[in-house]
Design a protein around this ligand. Structure first.
Ligand SMILES: [Ca+2]
Length: 257
């Protein structure tokens, strides 16, 4: 494993501190105590417009609380949006991606968001509705947070790993205990490159909430996307039911040597 037990515990504390400071509106400090390297660091999306390629309905907007956020869908009919960080991510190294998600407004809830690594390019954008904005991005691995039950879905509140841009098939699936819609939550995607181990954690922002492991899967990211480095970012979509789907913060960190 890449992290020692003690550093894992330390990281958990840092993540908790991060979330708390953001919730309180303070400026967080960088999580560098373990010697990790911040590859992508958006505590908010202020000033991020030149560092993110955005497609379809995705845009950087000002939320009601004044924070600059990444809004993947603004709540319209049959929308799809994607946003990719300009620098590519080295998939032969371990990394951890943390992001704060808020999916809100509209019933029924639809359709959800996905965190992706993909080698199709910075203009990659997939299909609306159950396509979650990534259907058809063939050289990709998606971690989806799906809030609408399509025919091939187990529920309207599931997390899954999806390969080759086909959300009709889940390589691995989990159903977290927290609601993905209606309340903001933190997600953490941890990739251990040596063991090809992907772990997805979620945690409610509610006081006292504990992080839970929503899903663990074995996926060789570089082999799946057919490249040693790839674009990394988010997609989302709406269909006949439509909601606002926002990312408030996003960090990607490589662990220290
Ligand atoms: Ca779905």
């Amino acid at each position: 494993m890449f992290f020692s037990r003690s550093s894992r515990l330390a990281r958990g504390g840092l993540v908790a501190a991060f979330a708390f400071s953001i919730t309180m509106g303070a400026t967080p400090t960088r999580a560098s105590a373990d010697g990790g390297e911040n590859l992508i660091d958006f505590p908010t999306f202020a000033g991020a417009s030149t560092m993110l390629d955005r497609n379809g309905s995705a845009d950087i907007i000002t939320a009601p609380d004044g924070q600059r956020i990444l809004r993947l869908t603004p709540g319209g009919f049959r929308q799809a949006g994607s946003a990719w960080a300009k620098p590519k991510l080295d998939l032969t190294r371990s990394f951890e991606s943390r992001f704060k998600v808020y999916l809100h407004h509209g019933e029924p809830t639809a359709d959800g968001i996905a965190f992706l690594v993909q080698s199709d390019g910075p203009r990659a954008l997939g299909g609306w509705g159950g396509g979650l904005g990534f259907r058809g991005i063939r050289n990709s691995v998606a971690v989806e947070f799906d809030t609408f039950r399509n025919a091939t879905d187990p529920s309207n509140n599931h997390v899954a790993v999806v390969l080759r841009g086909n959300p009709d098939f889940h390589a691995a699936i989990g159903e977290p205990s927290i609601p993905l819609f209606g309340q903001p939550f933190w997600a953490r995607v941890n990739y251990d490159a040596a063991n090809h181990d992907v772990r997805i954690y979620v945690r409610s922002l509610q006081a006292g909430a504990e992080e839970e492991l929503a899903l663990e899967a074995t996926v060789d990211l570089a082999a799946e996307v057919g490249a040693s480095s790839a674009w990394v970012g988010f997609t989302a979509a709406t269909g006949g039911a439509f909601t606002k789907q926002d990312i408030y913060s996003w960090m990607v960190e490589a662990p220290g040597a």
